[in-house]
Design a protein around this ligand. Structure first.
Ligand code: C5P
Length: 232
């Protein structure tokens, strides 16, 4: 399991997404489908991309009462995705319910990972608005441990946190890391970034890469560069 490049397919329509995927003639990259594309096109987009032979990370970040999340996960499990996620802030009861719902009758299930604190949440806002007074890195590690104790497979985190998550939760606990940029590329709106090679060195299991591939002049070459830096 692990060491793969996941392309964030942040498109607003099926047409734009398929035009992008059509560029990949030989390889079938692992793709992330997020809320934008899923809400635009519905579950059928997941089935169609799966039929094309891609692995899918369905990034819907569920967060609700345990029963609702459990029942939603038992619907999502029929989409046959490879990975999906939720917010660890929903607590252990919600995470355990999610796992139960996601597990198919034959015992198989997609990889389930947790979002700890979103990287867009600053320590200041966390303190002032959420009334969480611990330092943010302590909160992230604590939520990662809660996810591990609830039986989840890993967390989404900054590549800068991946090493610490492995130290705390074990090397088999997966770290899925966005915020990846080429050394000679634009960082855009990401703040704390790493190159694919650095993410590999620090022990990320999967990198999630969006615009450095989707907005590249040659997306296939950009994807292959990521794979060469991260996987080989
Ligand atoms: O285009 P870019 O490489 O910045 O895309 C990164 C992807 O990872 C986007 O889909 C973004 O929503 C997602 N993501 C992130 N930071 C997080 C969680 C998810 O950038 N903490």
């Amino acid at each position: 399991m692990g060491k793969d490049v996941i392309i964030a397919c942040d498109f607003s329509s099926k047409q734009a997404c398929m035009e992008f995927l059509d560029k990949f003639t030989g390889k079938k990259p692992f793709v992330k489908i997020g809320m934008e594309l899923f809400y635009a096109e519905g579950p059928q987009i997941v089935r169609e991309i799966k039929e094309r032979g891609h692995k899918i990370f369905l990034d819907l970040k569920l967060h609700d009462i345990p029963n609702t999340v459990k029942k939603s996960m038992s619907v999502l499990r029929n989409l046959d995705v490879d990975m999906t996620n939720l917010h660890a802030a929903g607590t252990g009861a919600m995470m355990e319910g999610a796992l139960e719902g996601l597990t198919r009758e034959d015992g198989t299930r997609p990889i389930l990972i947790a979002v700890t604190q979103l990287t867009s949440t600053s320590e200041e806002r966390m303190k002032n608005e959420l009334l969480i007074n611990e330092p943010i890195d302590k909160v992230v590690m604590h939520y990662a441990k809660n996810a591990k104790d609830s039986g989840l497979d890993g967390v989404v985190c900054s590549p800068l946190e991946a090493g610490k998550v492995h130290d705390l939760c074990g090397k088999d606990f997966l770290t899925i890391t966005p915020g990846v940029r080429f050394a000679d590329g634009d960082i855009g709106d990401q703040v704390r970034v790493m190159t694919p090679a650095e993410a590999k060195k620090i022990g990320s299991d999967y990198i999630v890469v969006g615009r450095p591939i989707t907005a590249a002049e040659d997306p296939v070459a950009a994807y292959e560069r990521c794979v060469a830096e991260f996987c080989d």
